[in-house]
Design a binder for this molecule. Structure first.
Ligand code: ADP
Ligand code: MG
Length: 432
């Protein structure tokens, strides 16, 4: 027996883990050097206390000792017990974490012994915890990144949709400008010949009137009257002028649309020159005066000491014409239009603000009214091209166009163009 005990203790003395041999009462029968380090006691002091019959928990205490003694459990069950990650405080006050193993041992004379080992896993646990924190950190960072990617993807999709939309609009624009060019001749055939047709009709009717009053042989007269009835002469007489009027009106409308489109598609007169915007606006106001017909009060503000602007004057006049016409059309009954001209950007640009007392722009229409062919007006009253053309002209001049509603009033359009004209590679005057 003594030999076995000696063999066990000599084995324990050479292990790295702290180890003690306890008797059934948990009195320390043997301890190894690592255990002594755990207790924090000097060699002599420890030896004396062990000799005096000290019990394990009096020398070195684990947190678990107060609730459940690992050694007792092994002793009572007769089985090896292992408990991981038990917190403890070393004799020198350091916190530590151990794996505790207790093995019951029955020696020959029936005496119960317990071998307890304590493996210090403090560093491992600390590393694991740090690893866990780092992993958690990484997981969160990944989630954040994924969220950002989702946001960016959504933004990109929106931008892409916007680009596709713009591209669609601009190719549609080019197509339309081309068609407008082609339509010009045929529409002039109709428009230019309607008056001749009217003249011819009047001449023919004079002939008919002459025949009506002339003496005719009975048979001829009967045939003549029968033919008049057959062609519904009386109805024709009342209807032909209406017919010609609507042909003329239709042709005029078509010509107006084509003219609108051609203004922008125009390739002639592309030279940029210094022009007086204020004079241009005043001319435009005179032109639309019939539309205002004493019902709309026009207030012109600013406009003094405005520098001349390098631009395509014809195109910019078209811009003001479009915006002012829209304003006049938006006002039902009496109202006002305010035009304010000022220099901005330390004199580098001219800004024209056109506000009206009209209906204003519905919030759902804000983004749409600049699209080609978008109109809320009756067929024939609006082509839906005004703002689209306007925006293109302003952009070609290196300027900006924006719109919104003015509190307590109607809409407000703001055009800003640089005094020095478009940048070198600008496209003022070029077709869209
Ligand atoms: N001053 C304004 N007040 C209210 N709505 C306006 C104004 N100007 C333009 N709009 C809206 O913008 C639409 C598009 O205008 P525009 O491109 O000039 O085409 P159109 O005048 O032929 O309808 C108009 O139909 C109208 O709904
Ligand atoms: Mg318009």
């Amino acid at each position: 027996m003594a030999k076995l005990f000696d063999q066990i203790t000599s084995l324990l003395d050479s292990t790295v883990d702290a180890a003690v041999v306890l008797d059934g009462e948990r009195r320390v029968r043997h301890y190894n050097p690592a255990y002594q380090a755990l207790t924090g006691l000097r060699g002599r002091a420890l030896a004396e206390r062990v000799a005096a019959g000290a019990r394990c928990f009096e020398l070195f205490k684990l947190d678990i000792c107060a609730e459940a003694c690992v050694g007792c459990k092994a002793r009572d069950s007769g089985r090896r017990i292992r408990v991981d990650e038990i917190a403890a405080v070393r004799g020198d006050g350091e916190d530590l974490t151990c794996i505790v193993t207790a093995v019951p041992l029955e020696v020959a004379d029936g005496e119960q012994l317990i071998i307890e080992t304590y493996r210090d896993v403090t560093a491992d646990v600390r590393i694991q915890r740090r690893l866990k924190v780092a992993l958690e950190h990484e997981r969160r960072a990944k989630e954040d990144l994924e969220e950002k990617v989702r946001e960016r993807t959504a933004e990109l999709r929106a931008a892409q949709a916007q680009l596709v939309h713009q591209e669609k609009m601009s190719s549609l624009g080019r197509l339309v400008a081309g068609i407008a060019h082609e339509l010009n001749n045929p529409i002039n055939f109709v428009y230019g010949n309607v008056d001749f047709l009217g003249q011819y009709m009047e001449n023919l009717l004079r002939l008919v009137a002459l025949v009506d009053g002339a003496p005719l042989p009975d048979a001829t007269r009967a045939a003549y009257e029968a033919l008049k009835a057959e062609v519904e002469y009386e109805f024709l007489l009342g209807d032909w002028q209406k017919l010609l009027r609507s042909i003329r009106a239709g042709a005029e409308r078509t010509a107006a649309i084509v003219a609108d489109l051609k203004t922008f598609a125009r390739t002639g007169g592309t030279e940029l020159a210094e022009a007086d915007l204020v004079a241009g606006i005043d001319t435009t106001l005179n032109l639309i005066a019939p539309l205002l017909k004493n019902r709309v009060d026009v207030r012109r503000r600013g406009g003094t000491r405005i520098p001349r602007v390098v631009c395509n004057a014809g195109h910019l006049n078209q811009v003001f014409m479009n915006i002012l016409t829209n304003a006049a059309q938006a006002i039902v009954g009496p109202g006002w239009i305010e035009v304010e001209i000022a220099t901005v950007d330390d004199g580098a640009a001219v800004r024209v603000v056109v506000a009206d007392s009209g209906s204003g722009i519905g919030p759902d229409l804000m983004a749409k009214i600049g699209d080609p062919f978008f109109t809320t007006k009756e067929v024939g009253e609006g082509t839906g091209l005004g703002l689209w053309i306007t925006a293109n002209i302003v952009r070609a001049h290196g300027g900006t166009l924006s719109w919104g509603n003015r509190a307590g009033a109607g809409a407000e359009f703001v055009v800003t163009v640089p005094v020095a004209g478009p940048a070198k590679d600008g496209e003022a005057g070029r077709a869209p």
